[in-house]
Design a protein around this ligand. Sequence first.
Ligand code: 26Q
Length: 818
Amino acid sequence: MNMTHTTTEIREAIRDKLQRHFGRDSETATQKQIYRATCSVLRDMMTEQWMKHHCDEPGHEEKEVIYLSMEFLPGTSLRNNLFNLNVTEIFRDALDQLGFDLEKLQDMEPDAGLGNGGLGRLASCYLDALATQRIFGHGMSICYEYGIFKQKIRDGRQEELPDDWLTLGDVWLVPKDDEFEEVRFGGKLEEAWTTEGKLKVTHKGYTTVVALPRDMLITGYDSPLLNTLRLWESTSPITIDMKLFAEGKYLQSMEEKHMAEVISKILYPEDAHREGKLLRMKQQYFFISASMQYLVKKHFRQYGTLDNFQDKLAIHINDTHPTMAIPELIRIFVDEYEMDWNDAWDKVRQCISYTNHTVMPEALESWPEDLFRETLPRLHSLIQEINRRQHIRLMQNFPNEESLRNEMAILAKGQIRMANLCVESAHTVNGVSGLHSQIIRKDLFPGFARETPGKFTGVTNGIAYRRWLCQANPQLCDLIEELIGGRFRKDASELEQLRKYEDDKNVLRRLSEIKKSNKRNLASYVENTMGIRLDADSVFDVQVKRLHEYKRQLLNLMHILYLYLKIKENPNSDLCPRTFFFAAKSAAGYHIAKEIIHLANSIAGMLEKDPAVRDRLKVVFLENYSVSLSERIMPAAEVSEQISLAGKEASGTGNMKLMINGALTVGTLDGANVEILRQVGNENMFLFGMTVEEVEALVRSGSYDPWNLMQSDADLSAILRLLSGKIDGVRFTEVFHSLTAGDHKNSDAYFILQDFASYKEAQQKVDQAYRDTLRWNRMSLHNIAGAGLFSADRAVLEYADRIWHVPPMANGGSDAHI
Ligand code: 26Q
């Protein structure tokens, strides 16, 4: 984008903000004040640019995408916005002249952590890509006052602390209080026939919650278009009223106020949980109802009709969490705009698309019908109607297949099954990797796939690679630019040109020097924050992701115990020194996951205390995994652990971030690892473990017996013996039993012991490959060259073309300057 601002202008604008907001000058201002003033100047520039496309209502007539998600994980924004708008150097110089350091300010920014992990980060990556591709696309979610908890490790255990990100993170939010919406909970329905013979439903006795928009502006790289992430904050319409107090109703009104305000208080920190909690239900309806009311109203204001609603909006549902958008739109159309059911239903189907992100049965959402009826009576009656019509159709299509019909039902066993509601109503159902898309068709929704096979599709996930490559790893980015020019910043497929340099020793040497320098940076972060000294010559092996049994952090830990035993047994055994990095948050109530975190820390302690081992084998558990921590880790990684049980990880996106930074994957044929394999070939990664088909066959046979397996394998026996005793003074009975409990058949649910031998072999190959520096760096470069496919730009263009049917901004917007 063309720059029309000068350093002097920016410097003076920052000065001006300091004076007006804080009554300070650059001599007396604190770091926080200068930080706020800087962001505020940038935000003003962004707002000005945003207004060119969004403010002059009735506005543009292009179709827009609305990306509904309970979670977004933007991380930090200052560096990203400066980068996208190409004003980093100008701001750096302006701050320099005022005596401040841009890097320091960037480090102060708290992460906006309004999500748990992959799904939330994907949503943010897609917003970045939408703006970059000049597609009108807005996110909508909740303005959680507290984001994902801050993780502290104390005595090896996870502790959760509140994340009050808004104290400094509010600089990016534009409050739009005049665009509030009212959301209704509870109450009763009254039905009456009108004189025209229509059934009119009236909702009475409800409680109102007010939704206030806080907009975060979203920049794209080298793009004139800014989009918005609209975050709704809940509040009560009740103001404290002394008259009510006198009437003795003060407490009652305070209670209602409290119930309203609690809705946007905190993000649920579970990322695979079915238990239907009332507060979560209220959160979902709160942000969905506010968003849908806003969209319909805005559309009607702009076009004076809803006839073309479905031509102007593509509404995307990020997993089932925003499914209530379906009945809520019908409610608005039918109850507020007096539309016929069939018209309303047709419109909704044409707007709504749905992406599934998980096949884990415990993560498939369902709500107890009673609770739902009581809290959202009108939505409940509309879902009953959708279910009734579905039932009629299923009786026609599958007259003799009762169990299939039951599987597909929306209402069953006193539950509302949100995934079935989604698949029934959406025009497209999407998986996040090739394998996952097949599993969705075959195992999750086979009945629907038989009825309407064309509804099912797949778009492999992508990442905002400019964040993880260009911003987080500037040295690598500079080298790439020197080799193939700067076009890869806009078009990641250009990275393929790096293949030309795979045999260029000079390039490979520089690649490894950059890696070394990034490793040193991470090592000094670890030394400064944890007081642990690392060897930057050891292999940096990384497993960073949510803690889940299916992701099998325990497999990695067991292999570390194996290496430990090997060194103890033979102090001369020839192993490349390795540092194993872990970072992972566990849901607060996920007991065994928390035990695994404790185990990782105890193993770290045990290795550290042993002089024969500590210089050869290290475990570092980095606390508080977050977007900004991952930006530190990815550039320094050499081995990427993607070791989930085949069939369980829908895609993974950390695998892509590590690959584009030159790490080599040790992985199963799961999720997007399959596509990684296709990009780089067998010889450039370390595959191991059962395939999905082998897992299925083993499950079907019912013959898996981990106890037997352990007894017949000397390595496994030794590891498990170690694990059954004390590690660094702590006994991990439950972890041990999860693998080999008395009832053999139910233990080791994720087949860790079954895949162990093959994992060990893959790790031996890693060790061998690392010794051949030239070969390793060639593989690394080959991986970087193949990582372009995993760009979020590519992913959103596929969505735009195949699912949302939206074109990029018509007039490339080249006239717009910032
Ligand atoms: C559900 C009900 C109640 C409370 C919480 C939840 C809940 C919240 C978050 C369920 C699931 C999630 C998040 C899931 C998630 O992050 N899935 C990941 O999505 C990535 C992006 O597609 C994939 O790459 C990962 O494979 C997938 O695990």
